[in-house]
Write a protein that binds this ligand. Structure first.
Ligand code: ZN
Length: 342
């Protein structure tokens, strides 16, 4: 009899106590940030990030890092319009949206990706990371590591490219490095192996910049898209000593370029408000006579995401999670701009 009661109460405990709370949880892997953690669990996008923050309130380390001793709750799968779309499409033609895409440039950990939605279908992007090859750009010394601008700009560009592809865009990665994919570490190794889509990058600055703008202008002629945009990404603002926000430069007299810069600034401002309430965002939109802006035919912007030397800014680019956030916001800015342009 006692045994029966015990047996029944165990059953009761199991059925009442556990199933209702059986939310999926996991420990983070070494060095993993929130975006990487979510990606590993197939939860990509800003909506999952927001839900993760809500579910794991008070569980994070300093500066929103993940603590290795904490089991974090994974947000349940969302029934977003994108998911519904995907299901509808896959019911009609299984092969279209379930297909996993591959881009080897993204490296072993990131080369495979899914299409999340088609909100950027018909848009063409030319993504250019600053410097590369014989020119490493700005240099910062952090924790006895020498950090080069071109490596960080490239990592952000790759993350941005992957993001845009996931929304159905056509993406041209102008500066490429076959060896370095998307890297989740803090200190990215330096290399001189970057090319301009396979062509050696010349040392001479004029030739170096002309090579990349020529490349874009040539690709542009072949494209049939009515919406083509180029972005040049840097992390080396020179004149600002104090902590700075993101600078967006547009092409003088080019309406579409100004609109893009404005949409980027608005997106970043909203994201800053969401992620660091009350901090305020002082990013600016101005025009600047830069060779790459003057010589690129598609509407273009030049973005300075951080100052390599600035201690506060270093947090913004050294942590992979922050590089992912910057890439996500640039992608959102493009989505906003593309919608606007229609
Ligand atoms: Zn630069």
């Amino acid at each position: 009899m006692y045994r029966l009661i015990l047996f029944i109460s165990v059953i009761l405990l199991q059925s009442v106590g556990f199933p209702a709370y059986s939310r999926e949880q996991d420990f983070p892997r070494k060095g993993e940030g929130i975006y990487a953690f979510l990606r590993r669990h197939n939860r990509e996008g800003e909506a999952y990030y927001a839900e993760f923050m809500r579910l794991n309130k008070g569980m994070l380390g300093e500066d929103k890092t993940l603590r290795k001793d904490v089991k974090y709750t994974i947000p349940p799968e969302m029934n977003t319009p994108a998911t519904k779309d995907r299901e509808r499409v896959s019911a009609g033609n299984r092969s279209i949206n379930r297909k996993v895409m591959r881009e080897p440039l993204f490296g072993k950990d990131y080369e495979y990706y899914n299409i999340l939605d088609n909100s950027l279908a018909g848009a063409d992007f030319y993504l250019v990371s600053g410097h590369g090859g014989p020119d490493c750009g700005a240099i910062a010394n952090v924790d006895r590591h020498q950090l080069h601008e071109d490596e960080y700009a490239y990592d952000i560009i790759l993350r941005l490219a992957r993001n845009l592809l996931q929304h159905g865009a056509t993406v041209h990665i102008i500066i490429q490095d076959r060896k370095d994919g998307i890297r989740d570490g803090l200190y990215l190794n330096n290399s001189k192996t970057e090319t301009c889509m396979g062509k050696e990058i010349p040392l001479n600055q004029k030739k170096r910049l002309k090579q990349r703008t020529d490349r874009i202008n040539k690709l542009r002629v072949r494209s049939r898209s009515h919406y083509q945009r180029a972005i040049f990404v840097h992390l080396d603002s020179r004149s600002h000593k104090q902590q700075l926000d993101v600078f967006f430069y547009y092409q003088n007299g080019v309406r579409a370029s100004l609109n893009l810069a404005e949409n980027m600034r608005k997106t970043f401002s909203a994201k800053y408000e969401e992620h660091q309430p009350g901090r305020g965002f002082s990013g600016t939109v101005t025009t600047r006579s830069l060779a790459v802006l003057n010589n690129t035919v598609p509407a273009s912007i030049f973005v300075e995401l951080a100052n390599m030397q600035n201690i506060n800014d270093q947090k913004r680019y050294i942590r992979a999670d922050n590089r992912q956030a910057l890439a996500n916001w640039l992608a959102l800015g493009f989505m906003r701009d593309y919608k606007d342009s229609k």
